[in-house]
Design a protein around this ligand. Structure first.
Ligand SMILES: [Fe+2]
Ligand SMILES: [Fe+2]
Length: 192
């Protein structure tokens, strides 16, 4: 039976990766005829990233998971330092992207290239970040952490309740945001 926290981390990565890929597809396609819809959905997706992964997922990795793994598996220290750095700049990176999107929406096509470039860089940055966690940190954690570590991690990650993992009943507070994303964004995250 895999540890609950590891499963939650995998599921949250899958949800975030799907979101990032949908953002990439939207940026490729561009606004087309329905630019109002395009900007609204992209805004909702970036807001989601700010709201869930940035506030709940990454802080728990940095505060609870990484220090234990770094202590017990010192060979992971260099990668963990890099991942911590990613976490530290993640929030400002997504805020910056939100700002660049707003500039494109309000000022027009002159600002499109700046958003496109930043969005592509951001997507690559996050996919690589999660790849490193999955291939270096989680396998090391499975080797070195003990039952008490897992109990604490499982309890901490179980409170994230990210609605896009499909694991939890939807918090009514996030229903509008979730519906907006899923009904209008392209696959893999949405149906639009
Ligand atoms: Fe992370
Ligand atoms: Fe992660």
């Amino acid at each position: 039976m895999p540890h609950e926290s590891i499963q939650i981390i995998h599921e949250e990565h899958t949800a975030l990766a799907a979101m990032l890929r949908s953002i990439g597809m939207m940026v490729e396609r561009g606004p087309g005829q329905r630019s109002e819809n395009f900007f609204e959905v992209l805004r909702a997706m970036l807001f989601y990233i700010d709201e869930f992964p940035e506030r709940l997922h990454h802080p728990k990795e940095s505060e609870l998971l990484f220090p234990r793994v770094a202590r017990l598996a010192p060979e992971t220290k260099v990668v963990i330092a890099r991942l911590d750095q990613d976490h530290a700049k993640g929030e400002s990176a997504v805020r910056e992207l939100q700002h660049l999107l707003l500039a494109w929406e309000l000022i027009g096509d002159a600002r499109r290239a700046a958003f496109d470039t930043a969005a592509k860089r951001y997507l690559a940055f996050y996919l690589e970040h999660m790849r490193l966690e999955e291939t270096v940190i989680l396998p090391a954690a499975l080797k070195v952490l003990n039952d008490a570590d897992w109990l604490e991690l499982d309890a901490a990650f179980a409170t994230n309740c990210d609605p896009l993992t499909g694991r939890y009943p939807l918090d009514p507070a996030y229903e509008r945001l979730y519906t907006r994303i899923v009904s209008r964004a392209p696959a893999p995250i949405g149906l639009g």
